[in-house]
Design a protein around this ligand. Structure first.
Ligand code: ZN
Length: 326
């Protein structure tokens, strides 16, 4: 144990658990833990739980001083002001100045970042994007999110919503998306989208049969298990999803001349099931190179940090902030 060392703490604010890690300045995890969020018990309880987790992680890390805390939160945020604008995990917290409130509890600077942006920074620090200055990380989970890194920095856009590839339009008349629009990437590449497409595929194949679709698949991981067993419907769904995702990636590649993409989130556990059709679809649609060249030039990697990417990236952002780099 090095009592002279420093650490930062990265927190992933989930709806069920608040997960966190204390990290040294090189990104090595010194301690890790989680605590129930207890969102139904109200804001004071959640903030108390978070402060306790931060104190415990710091103590367990063995580091002498804590220099900052980063929070990864899903939803719309004002990262400059340290406010939650609106988060699906924290109903009723709209416009809440979370950073200044936590700072009073923990006594060090606290910063907030969108969960997908935090994951992108985590992968760049110690994961699949360490060698990349320009890339897009796409999280495929309950929804589809994105973190766009250009020139080594997150691209926020004009109002902070940069990189939201989940709501890029893939088809003009597709299924309705939670955002109110239709045909977004999220309705083709999220875990619920895969389950929906499996039911659609089943219905199409059994249109003349008086049968009820089986409820055996409720998550993308059920579908991945079925595809591993060569279930034709499950295999077809991953192929279909790969085509839509490939259209989205090719659009981004064409807009930004971007050649590197990282696939993260729960659905990325099935990366091997859709990697080949995804690469082929992208290669067919990238402007200015032959499909053969595109297969070589456009790199699509699976993320390395799994569910820890968000908290590790949040910790990195806290470190960068302490060094005056962001
Ligand atoms: Zn949408």
């Amino acid at each position: 144990m090095n009592h002279l060392s420093t650490c930062v703490i990265g927190i992933d604010m989930g709806g069920t658990y608040i997960k966190g890690a204390a990290l040294d300045p090189k990104g090595k995890i010194l301690s890790e833990g989680r605590i129930e969020t207890e969102v139904a018990q109200g804001r004071a309880r959640v903030l108390g739980n978070m402060a306790r987790l931060v104190a415990d992680l710091h103590e367990m890390s063995g580091a002498k001083s804590l220099i900052g805390v980063g929070l990864g939160v899903p939803g719309a945020l004002d990262f400059k002001e340290g406010r939650i604008i609106q988060s699906p995990n924290f109903p009723g917290w709209d416009d809440f100045p979370i950073c200044s409130t936590i700072e009073k509890e923990v006594g060090v600077p606290v910063m907030i970042e969108n969960d997908a942006n935090a994951a992108a920074m985590g992968e760049r620090w110690v994961g699949a994007a360490q060698d990349l200055d320009h890339f897009l990380l796409i999280t495929l989970g309950t929804g589809v999110g994105g973190g766009l890194v250009l020139g080594g920095k997150l691209w926020y856009g004009e109002t902070g919503k940069g990189g939201e590839v989940g709501h890029m339009k893939i088809t003009p008349d597709g299924p309705r998306c939670g955002c109110g629009s239709t045909g977004c990437l999220e309705v083709y590449a999220s875990s619920p989208a895969l389950v929906r497409m499996a039911a659609e595929e089943w219905n199409r194949e059994h249109k003349n049969a008086d049968a009820v679709p089986p409820m055996r698949w409720t998550t993308s991981s059920d579908l991945a298990d079925a595809a591993e067993q060569h279930d034709p419907i499950a295999e077809a769904v991953f192929e279909k999803m790969a085509r839509y995702l490939g259209v989205g990636i090719a659009n981004v590649a064409n807009l930004l001349d971007l050649n590197h993409f990282i696939i993260s989130g729960g659905v990325s556990n099935a990366f091997h099931l859709f990697e080949r059709p995804l690469r082929q679809e992208v290669a067919r649609r990238v402007f200015g190179m032959t499909p053969e060249e595109a297969l070589k030039r456009i790199e699509i990697r699976r993320a390395l940090l799994g569910e820890s990417a968000g908290m590790i990236g949040a910790g990195h952002l806290a470190l960068l902030a302490s060094e005056g780099k962001i």
